[in-house]
Design a binder for this molecule. Structure first.
Ligand code: NAD
Length: 351
């Protein structure tokens, strides 16, 4: 797909999207990269200050939920490929406001697919719709077993149900209208620029501020964790080498029970902040479980490993240390995001 020229990346101001945009802008000067983002609370252009002046980077402020705007955008720019990351992404928010998740994740995806179909028609040579999804669509595992690409969908939260639905629409557009597509389902990401509502940055921020660390239930929930830069590398590989109509699971081969992860984080934070070992652990408090909480997710990423030669580049300990360093070195970013001041900044900037 080396002749692909205009790539629309949605949600590029968010956590994972910003790492993907950076990689594509820097590694592929021959591509024009269009970052479409409406800048919700989770979108932050400060994530991209290092590349915003690049000649092949373009920012478009807009909403994937606005169908006619999206159709016009495709008419105007005639994108060759889409890497779709824009979404409502936080499970807890989906429990309080499921409608926003259906609007953005399902209807927004459908708007993009429909606009792509309108523009591409039957001329789909070298075109690609790449949908970024989650392992949460597979539901939950018991103590053993792994999610493979063949695992049946069994989503339990409004978030995962909306992502599962969007995956199905992508597949349906491939079957019905011959839209070339790939889907990847990835485990929990962590790293720089993650909004501090998600476990790792939330707890880093709370430890800095000596606030309690709320661990759900008994802390025995198990997740696979992947360093966000390694996810961006996988997305790059799948975009260029993935096969049409295929799904790829992406995971870190790195399962952690929440409580063990939190203890490791506390230990690393104590060392970084020159606090006595055990200080941060005292902040752990167990809180009432989230409803519909999946016990365990674990990904079998061997297809991606065997077919495309991908594997994570850092151990969890290394990735976590890099992540902690980033948050400690970017206190202003953290303060802006947590105070809500960054929203006002963007209102001024873009209205
Ligand atoms: P995020 O919440 O940090 O970023 C989402 C971005 O999408 C934000 O910049 C936001 O402004 C933008 N956005 C939201 N609604 C929009 C709309 N209507 N129009 C245009 N832009 C909109 O999310 P993330 O953690 O970076 O996740 C990105 C994608 O990866 C999502 O599709 C998510 O489901 C998927 N994913 C995330 C993880 C993870 O661990 N974070 C794991 C697997 C898959």
């Amino acid at each position: 797909k080396t002749s692909t020229k205009k790539i629309l990346i949605t949600g590029g101001a968010g956590f994972i999207g910003s790492h993907v945009v950076r990689r594509f802008v820097n590694n592929y000067p021959e591509y024009e990269i269009y970052n479409l983002d409406v800048l919700t609370y989770a979108g932050n252009l400060e994530n991209l200050t290092d590349i915003e002046q690049a000649a092949n980077y373009h920012f478009l402020k807009g909403d994937i939920c606005e169908r006619s705007y999206i159709t016009d955008l495709f008419e105007t720019y005639k994108f060759d490929a889409v890497i779709h990351l824009a979404a409502e992404s936080h499970v807890d928010r989906s429990i309080t406001d499921p409608f926003a998740f259906v609007e953005t994740n399902v209807m927004g995806t459908l708007n993009l697919l429909y606009a792509a179909k309108q523009i591409w028609g039957t001329d789909t040579n070298e075109k690609l719709f790449y949908h970024i999804s989650t392992d949460e669509v597979y539901g939950t595992l018991g103590e053993t077993g792994l999610f493979t690409e063949e695992t049946a969908y069994d989503p339990n939260s409004p978030y995962s149900a909306s992502k599962a639905s969007s995956d199905h629409f992508v597949r349906a557009f491939g079957e019905t209208y011959n839209i070339p597509y790939v889907i990847s389902n990835c485990s929990n990401n962590y790293g720089a620029n993650q909004f501090p509502e998600k476990l790792i940055p939330l707890f880093i921020n709370n430890i800095i501020n000596n606030k309690p660390l709320p661990v759900y239930g008994d802390g025995n929930y198990t997740r696979d964790w992947l360093y966000v830069v390694d996810h961006a590398v996988a997305i790059d590989l799948i975009f260029h080498k993935g096969k049409n109509k295929e799904t790829y699971n992406i995971g870190g081969f790195n399962e952690w029970k929440n409580i063990d992860l939190v203890k490791l984080l506390c230990k690393q934070m104590d060392a970084k902040l020159s606090r006595e070992e055990g200080t941060s652990e005292q902040l752990i408090t167990f809180v009432k479980d989230r409803p519909g909480h999946d016990l365990r997710y674990a990904i079998d990423a061997s297809k991606l490993n065997k077919e495309l030669g991908w594997k994570p580049s850092v151990t969890f300990e290394e990735g976590l240390e890099k992540t902690i360093d980033w948050y400690l070195n970017n206190e202003d970013w953290l303060k802006n995001v947590t105070s809500g001041a960054y929203q006002q900044y963007y209102e001024k900037q873009y209205k």
